[in-house]
Ligand binder design. Structure first.
Ligand code: IMP
Ligand code: MG
Length: 184
């Protein structure tokens, strides 16, 4: 396995900047949901698990959490398509609950669009989205995003939950891959 420094082009968002922004999101979400006693965070696995754990600890309102594993397949392994599969569904009944989906990154929007349509059929009281990263230039499907950590340019990123061929999710920052140097 390659040492990440060999193919790290740049640190796009460093650890302090990430943590500071997540605390701000926590304050905003806590204020918006202060009168709700049934907030449920839905973490989209695997990429969002680190963001969920920091965001959850930045919230001052009581909430529960559940997890859903999704994969989406594209023509290459650096892009996704409309073909989305649920590998693990929620165990919570979301009917009548205030649901906040927690995502790592929105790229084409295909994955989130599928998840939103699916969860709507289960009649939550409200359904909103919080994404750490928004690669807005790549959007193919319009998806409503209520909370965004950072808007980022069209570059393949890794770290802080996001993987490069399933590795490097543990890095505490968001880095840009130099695909010419990455051997995989
Ligand atoms: P979408 O369906 O195109 O919006 O793709 C969203 C999913 O693609 C994310 O949840 C990630 O798993 C993955 N993804 C998109 N861009 C990146 C990236 O730059 N690095 C790592 N994963 C990414
Ligand atoms: Mg993801």
């Amino acid at each position: 396995m390659e040492e990440y420094r060999h193919f790290l082009k740049e640190v796009l968002i460093d650890e302090d900047t990430l943590q500071k922004r997540i605390k701000e999101l926590g304050v905003q979400i806590s204020s918006d949901y202060k009168d709700c006693d049934d907030l449920l965070l839905v973490c989209i696995l695997r990429g969002a698990f680190i963001f969920l754990s920091d965001l959850s600890r930045a919230l001052s309102v009581p909430h529960s959490m559940d997890f859903m594993a999704i994969s989406s397949y594209g023509s290459g392994n650096r892009s996704s398509s409309g073909v989305v599969r649920i590998n693990m569904d929620l165990t919570t009944n979301i009917s009548g609950k205030n649901v906040l989906i927690v995502e790592d990154i929105i790229d084409s929007g295909n994955t989130l669009s599928y998840v939103l349509d699916l969860l709507e059929t289960r009649h939550p009281k409200s359904l909103s989205v919080c994404t750490l990263l928004d690669k807005y230039e790549r959007r193919e499907v319009n998806v409503p995003i209520r909370y965004t950590g950072f808007k980022i340019p069209d570059k393949f990123v890794f770290g802080y939950g996001l993987d490069l061929d399933e590795i490097y999710r543990n890095l505490p920052f968001i880095g840009v891959v130099d695909l010419e140097k990455y051997e995989g």
